[in-house]
Design a protein around this ligand. Sequence first.
Ligand SMILES: Cc1cc2nc3c(=O)[nH]c(=O)nc-3n(C[C@H](O)[C@H](O)[C@H](O)COP(=O)(O)OP(=O)(O)OC[C@H]3O[C@@H](n4cnc5c(N)ncnc54)[C@H](O)[C@@H]3O)c2cc1C
Length: 391
Amino acid sequence: MKIAIIGASIAGLTAATLLKQDHQLTIYEQNPDALKNQGAGIVIPVELFNALLEQNILNNNILAIGIIKRSIIANENNHEKLICEQNLVARALHWQTLYAQLKTNISNALIKPKKIVHIKEIQDEENYDLIIGADGHHSIIAKTICNTMAPLYAGYIAWRGTVPLVECISPEIFGSITESTVPYFVYPNGHCLMYLVVEPDTDQILINWVLYEKRTEASLQNVLSMNKDAHQYRTLARGQMDTEQKKYLHEMSSVLPKIAHEIIMHTSEPFIQPVYTRVAPHRINAQGNTILIGDAASTLPPHTASGATKGMTDALQITAAINNNGLEGIKEWAMMRQLDDQKLLGLSNRMKDFLVMNTPDWSTMTALKFAEIWSKVIAGESWYTSNTSEK
Ligand SMILES: Cc1cc2nc3c(=O)[nH]c(=O)nc-3n(C[C@H](O)[C@H](O)[C@H](O)COP(=O)(O)OP(=O)(O)OC[C@H]3O[C@@H](n4cnc5c(N)ncnc54)[C@H](O)[C@@H]3O)c2cc1C
């Protein structure tokens, strides 16, 4: 088949790696060299990680941290009060590490540096059998095949950053790099989770932290006034935060136990991501020759840690579907995947509700109560905490 992929990031590069053997590919990417100082941590399931190694999509010596559990921790007089621990089996990578490895699979000759402004440009340019929209949250391809897909403000923002583990006052809270723990510091307006990743250039172990803060859309202008476009506030990148914003972050995060607060205070270049959600009503166009994968299809509340997983799983699944049954296989895949999208949206909304928007009284929370609520949140779905076997 003659295939065009729009977007050469996690989803697009994984799809390209798998499809390049048997198909004629062209990849369009608006920003083929944008790597420096980008990204932070990414978490993926062990099963997916192993499948990527087996298929030589990732290299065996990739720098990944083994996660085996998470601890739910409240603040009691500035100290940690452990509510409970849960199995949480996963691998954590630096975004740059994952991106750079995927990029080495693809020859530069396959990538056309071009920003696609309308799908017609490529439809008219070449006679493609299939167009794959892997162009992320602001997807042009999604806009074309779904008419419009306005992002919805989710009601909260993520303050983020990385700090060298050696600067942490109690590094033992994270365990070891092969069997690490993810602390979730809970508070009334959200939570702050932290996990280890390896910095690709230096091999230094970093603490990657994400502090969710509930706030109204109107109040976004107080923290992101310079970063608004027509539809939504944009991410405030590393190095752009001014002293007032940092001061606010430092004061606000004093609600967390001292260890978490100190890590945030030590972060030299924190950044902010406002959380927006959008889900494509369908993954395929009426003609059955244009599909959406990865963030182009949906951006969900981040608590399921499914961004990279979804994009790479899509890539694996569409390759199998194309190789089994061509465009017919793709149509079947798109219908099936639509159901997965709805289930994942439900799960991430329940997590968002419990852990950010309508948090319980953490001061009276017990391990038993947490387990009861958590089983309702999970509602029989499979997620990182369901996996007790493989580590
Ligand atoms: C620079 C960068 C850093 C990131 N860092 C993190 C991180 O630290 N942690 C995390 O969890 N997630 C991060 N993400 C998001 C993460 O990659 C996605 O959530 C997930 O992995 C799915 O990836 P994707 O390939 O579907 O979308 P994305 O990673 O968003 O990639 C979309 C790609 O399409 C290209 N593109 C978009 N529009 C056009 C167009 N019109 N024409 C041509 N090309 C276009 C973009 O330049 C980009 O390369 C980052 C994304 C980027 C682009």
